[in-house]
Design a protein around this ligand. Structure first.
Ligand code: UD1
Length: 352
């Protein structure tokens, strides 16, 4: 039996893991999970394992929060021993977090064969820690699993085309499943949101936005003045930085709430008038669900979402203007695949 180990550590990776775990086990692979412990709060970690029915990780390294170098180094040290013991045929790394990079370096040194899910994304913004994580991981990997044509183009331009495959986006696999289940079961909106009232869903967590006091203050002030209730499920990094800078989230129309489960987030996103975010995943989810989105960043790794004005990049002071733009109505197509990315990955691993 072919043995595959998935290395995950942060919230979006648990979402990506769900369809991959299901597909690998259905296709006869032995699949084991190593959790690095980068995210450890129940609302950022356990909740996703429970809601997707993913088994408890075989190993949890329990690394926790540290500076970038310390976190990455500790994960590498823990992973080396775990991967030697598990002795897989393939290791899967997901996305662009410090856990992803640590996994890539550990595998390249052992060496173990590494496949990178969500390969080829580029923002060309070297200020982002994630941009370095992506590039370095792609160059350490043996198999590159790209979600989009644009990602394939970046990989070809970096001479990585021969090990790259367009498989689609595993986040669409899980989104389609959860969306149809929500529609079938008629889930109520969480957070006591009044379904007859218009509201906005906002999330802000990126280092570039949270770690500079003036920028964070400007973003939060804009969100507090959008004129309709704006719910902000708050990532611990946002809460910590607001406390540090003396920024009160709960002012004006802004309503801070605890982080949501995936199903709650998608239910809220489906009915919201607009989404304001700096999350890569939520930009894409907004596009796929047909909810207009404003992204508080200067660039995006998901340029497909900008087509027809479904997503717009905005500086903090322009958020209010951006949400008032004309409602997009173009056909969005399926730039992230047809919800069969995890199946394509299993098929590729079988063939290889
Ligand atoms: C990480 C990823 C980012 C991803 C995000 C998803 C990196 C470099 N960044 O950012 O790409 O979009 O996850 O959420 O890997 N904290 C807690 N509890 C937790 C985890 C974190 O309180 O369970 C707090 C700590 O104060 C920590 C801070 O959040 O210092 C940041 O956590 P960290 O994992 O370093 O980065 P994220 O901002 O979550």
């Amino acid at each position: 039996m072919v043995k595959v180990v998935s290395v995950v550590g942060a919230r979006p990776q648990f979402v990506k893991l769900a369809p991959v775990h299901k597909s690998l086990t259905a296709n006869g692979f032995e699949h084991q999970i190593v959790h690095t412990g980068q995210h450890y709060d129940a609302k950022l970690s356990d909740v996703f394992f429970k809601e997707f029915g993913i088994p408890e990780p075989d190993i949890n390294l329990g690394i926790g929060s540290h500076s970038h170098a310390v976190q990455t180094a500790r994960i590498m040290i823990g992973l080396e021993e775990s991967l030697i013991n598990l002795d897989p045929d393939w290791v899967l790394a997901y996305g662009d977090t410090n856990s992803t990079l640590a996994c890539a370096i550990a595998c390249s040194k052992l060496p173990l064969r590494l496949a990178h899910i969500e390969a080829g994304l580029r923002s060309n913004n070297k200020e982002m820690p994630e941009e370095h994580n992506r590039i370095l991981t792609d160059h350490c990997s043996d198999l590159l699993l790209a979600p989009t044509h644009a990602a394939m183009e970046f990989l070809r331009s970096e001479n990585l085309g021969s090990k790259s495959h367009l498989v689609g986006d595993v986040m669409i696999d899980i989104l389609d499943l959860v969306k149809s289940s929500i529609e079938k079961q008629g889930d109520n909106l969480p957070l006591s949101i009044n379904p007859s009232e218009e509201y906005i869903l906002a999330t802000i967590h990126r280092q570039e936005n949270t770690d500079h006091q003036d920028r964070l203050q400007e973003i939060i002030s804009s969100l507090q003045n959008l004129g309709i209730p704006t719910f902000i499920p708050s990532h611990p990094r946002l809460v910590k930085k607001c406390e540090e800078f003396g920024i009160n989230l709960a002012k004006g129309n802004l309503i801070p709430v605890e982080p949501l489960s995936y199903r709650e987030l998608i239910t809220t996103a489906l009915s919201s008038a607009h989404i304001v975010t700096d999350s890569g995943g939520l930009q894409k989810e907004a596009f796929h669900l047909g909810t207009p989105c404003t992204t508080v960043r200067t660039e995006t790794e998901w340029p497909e979402t900008l087509s027809g004005g479904w997503n717009e990049l905005a500086e903090p002071s322009k958020i209010g203007e951006s949400i008032l733009r004309q409602a997009p109505n173009t056909n969005r197509g399926a730039p992230f695949g047809n919800g069969d990315a995890a199946g394509n990955i299993s098929q590729l691993l079988k063939e290889i």
